[in-house]
Design a protein around this ligand. Structure first.
Ligand SMILES: Cc1cc2nc3c(=O)[nH]c(=O)nc-3n(C[C@H](O)[C@H](O)[C@H](O)COP(=O)(O)O)c2cc1C
Ligand code: SF4
Length: 678
């Protein structure tokens, strides 16, 4: 048996967990009609197959109708969920993993205009900044009803074959009772700590009496809100002890912080550029104070940190949740001594930010996650070996190369630059975003493993490519910054990429016109303001940086608000004129009737990229398909069969930003879904 601390079994009450790694509860927003149907099932089972000890499904399935599914939560208050849960638990158990589900009432952390349009409620009228609903103050009959709802939902989950349920008690109704900041009730549920914990204890009692002893019950709770006037650390330790002493639960799952604001949430679930494992020591203190089974997750992205968490005895089970969204087969790779092949989570938080925008969770660089029904995590070998030539070693080109290599094809990549990475290489120049380079490094290592040849400093001409005698050519040349967007004065501006790459020297008084709303504008602003410039970021949108999304915005705001940077929304830069050493920026508005001027010494445009597609159009007449991709075949996962020119020498495809400016995930998805069928 392995001596790896991570691979030691763990006995949790009657349950033997096969190792120490869990996926903690998270709602990927895959439910259909509030039920975990085929897509949800496939996603969950993939992680069980990958070897995880226990998967904690659902992000807080809703126990009541007045806990509307604000991020497409599962509806645990419906009886019809039981067979769906049963299908999932049977499939996970088949893979020898345990499975639990998190239950919650969201309290004020939701919106009244979702689900059944019922008023949101909480133990006070205080609104939660993130979701904006003004709650009704909870009444005695609400409390009785919701306690029963929890017990009913737990009973459904047991009937569905779950090994247990976990209650969510950070930012949701249960801890809205516990925290003095959100509980303004009089006794018996308000006032003293005993009273504030009463709701939680009543819920546990009701559940336990319904599900009996042979069912795991746990709680994920904040043991230190880190808010003035909130539950502090010493009270958190007291709460932890009382939870244990209640005899009602089997483990503690420790959270530190608060999630009522984007900034608070980002400290609880840190993103790239923030420290790894920031709350692990704290979780260790709770374990030491309680001597009770303790679980924890918060940016433990790599196996070494996870191993340390277990070996040091800080926690009993370690969560690697986003890490499993990036690579569902972590444990299998540890067992097979292939740790170096684990696809790394780069903390981009595309997954989580998307669910807060009403989308489904996707991983920035694993396009198969959440698409298990159609996209493979392990690519199958092709029936026959082809020669595949790829132009461009950015994320799209390298993903196509990796997948084609894994299919067993002979793959050659031409890259004009001396290094791989394309736009990601530029992105990673911001110190806070340097983890992004792992997207490239992992693909380079995989390409090497699969025998892909990469030629750097190689500007591919049509003849160079033809000389390779390829069966398939994939153009993944990306794009160049697009600044030609003004009615006058385009020659006086620079691009956000010019600033980030250092090709343009920073000005001192700078207007950034951000018409793309993505990271590049904010990265450029950080470079400029960090170099001492006064910066105004102007956008015609009604909010700034819409593509950056909530949690990714937090580190930018933390840095930019301390620097000389202002944000202007709903104005459009129309033209630029030169006046001596200065530039006059003429500003209008899509709403009409506005004409303003700014006098600056540098104008930076952020407007995405335009495709670098010369080589594609040169090759097009020589190809069999004239570059056409059958969308139906692409979507159905079939090989491309378009023939427009029977005399052509090869199939030609174009992917990523070489088609149109999108994002890293889109580029990688383009590549995976095309190359998996070549
Ligand atoms: C898409 C997504 C949804 C999540 N939803 C929940 C949730 O509903 N309840 C919960 O307790 N945690 C939720 N989490 C937080 C995770 O359980 C975990 O604590 C967090 O991702 C930090 O751990 P990690 O760094 O290992 O990913 C969610 C995370 C993600 C990525
Ligand atoms: S999107 Fe980023 S944070 Fe989320 S799982 Fe993928 S790599 Fe990790």
């Amino acid at each position: 048996m392995s001596s790896d601390p991570l691979l030691q079994p763990y006995k949790l009450k009657h349950l033997t967990l096969r190792n120490r790694i869990i996926v903690t509860s998270h709602e990927p927003a895959y439910p259909e009609d509030g039920m975990p149907k085929e897509r949800y099932l496939a996603y969950t089972v993939e992680r069980a197959k990958g070897g995880v000890a226990m998967t904690m499904t659902a992000g807080s399935a809703a126990v009541s109708k007045d806990s509307p599914p604000v991020f497409n939560n599962l509806l645990a208050y419906k009886d019809e969920i039981v067979p769906w849960i049963r299908q999932m638990t049977d499939a996970v158990h088949e893979e020898v993993a345990a499975i639990m589900i998190q239950l919650t009432h969201l309290g004020r952390r939701t919106r009244w205009d979702k689900g059944d349009w019922l008023p949101v409620l909480a133990p006070s009228h205080h609104r939660e900044a993130s979701h904006r609903a003004f709650p009704k103050k909870i009444e005695d009959w609400d409390i009785e009803r919701i306690i029963k709802d929890f017990a009913d939902a737990a009973e459904r989950m047991k009937a569905g074959g779950m090994d247990g349920v976990e209650l969510e008690a950070y930012g949701h109704l249960i801890d809205q009772f516990v925290s003095p900041l959100t509980n303004e009730l009089d006794g018996p549920y308000g006032g003293s700590l005993d009273n504030r914990m009463r709701f939680c204890m009543d819920v546990f009692k009701a559940i336990r009496s319904r599900v009996g002893d042979d069912f795991i019950l746990g709680v994920r709770y904040t043991a230190d809100e880190r808010l003035p006037g909130g539950t502090g650390m010493s009270e958190g330790i007291e709460i932890s002890k009382r939870l244990k002493q209640s005899g009602l639960i089997d483990y503690l799952n420790v959270i530190r912080g608060h999630i009522d604001t984007d900034a608070g949430l980002t400290d609880v679930i840190p993103i790239q550029g923030m420290a790894n494992a920031p709350h692990l020591d704290f979780a260790g203190e709770i374990r030491a104070a309680t001597n009770f089974p303790t679980f924890h997750a918060a940016k433990i992205p790599d196996v070494a940190t996870a191993r340390h968490a277990i070996a040091s005895g800080k926690v009993d089970m370690i969560g690697m949740t986003r890490a499993h969204m990036t690579d569902p087969h972590i444990v299998r790779k540890i067992i097979e001594k292939r740790e170096d092949e684990i696809r790394p989570c780069v903390g981009a938080n595309y997954c989580l930010d998307r669910i807060y925008q009403g989308g489904a969770a996707y991983c920035i660089h694993n396009a198969a996650t959440g698409r298990e029904l159609t996209m493979p995590h392990i690519v199958a070998k092709a029936d026959s070996r082809k020669k595949v030539v790829i132009v461009g070693a950015g994320p799209a080109g390298l993903e196509a190369a990796r997948v084609a290599g894994e299919r067993g094809h002979e793959v050659v990549v031409f890259e004009a630059a001396s290094d791989p990475g394309g736009q990601i290489r530029l992105t990673a120049l911001s110190p806070r975003r340097k983890e992004m380079m792992s997207i490239i490094d992992w693909r380079m290592a995989q390409c090497e493993k699969h025998g892909v040849t990469i030629r750097f400093n190689a500007w591919a001409e049509a003849e160079t490519i033809e000389a390779e005698n390829p069966d398939v050519v994939i153009v993944a040349t990306g794009g160049v910054a697009h600044t030609d967007v003004l009615s006058k004065g385009n020659e006086f501006v620079v691009s956000s990429w010019d600033i980030i790459s250092g090709d343009a020297k920073p000005g001192t008084n700078v207007l950034i016109f951000d018409d793309a709303g993505d990271h590049a504008a904010l990265q450029a602003a950080e470079f400029l303001a960090g170099a001492g410039a006064k910066v105004e970021i102007m956008t015609p949108d009604r909010s700034f940086s819409p593509e950056v999304m909530a949690m990714n915005l937090v580190p930018y705001m933390r840095s930019l608000q301390k620097l000389d940077v202002t944000f202007t929304v709903t104005y459009r830069l129309e033209s630029v004129e030169k006046n001596g050493n200065q530039l006059i920026a003429n500003v209008g508005s899509d709403y009409g009737g506005i004409s303003k001027q700014r006098v600056v010494d540098q104008v930076v445009i952020n407007h995405g990229t335009i495709p670098l597609d010369d080589i594609y159009f040169e090759l097009k007449p020589k190809s069999t398909n004239h570059g056409e991709i059958s969308q139906d075949e692409l979507i159905a996962g079939q090989p491309q069969s378009v023939v427009r020119n029977a005399q052509g020498q090869f199939q030609l495809f174009r992917i990523g930003d070489a088609v149109s400016a999108r994002n890293t995930h889109a580029a990688i998805y383009d590549a995976l879904r095309l190359a998996k069928d070549i």
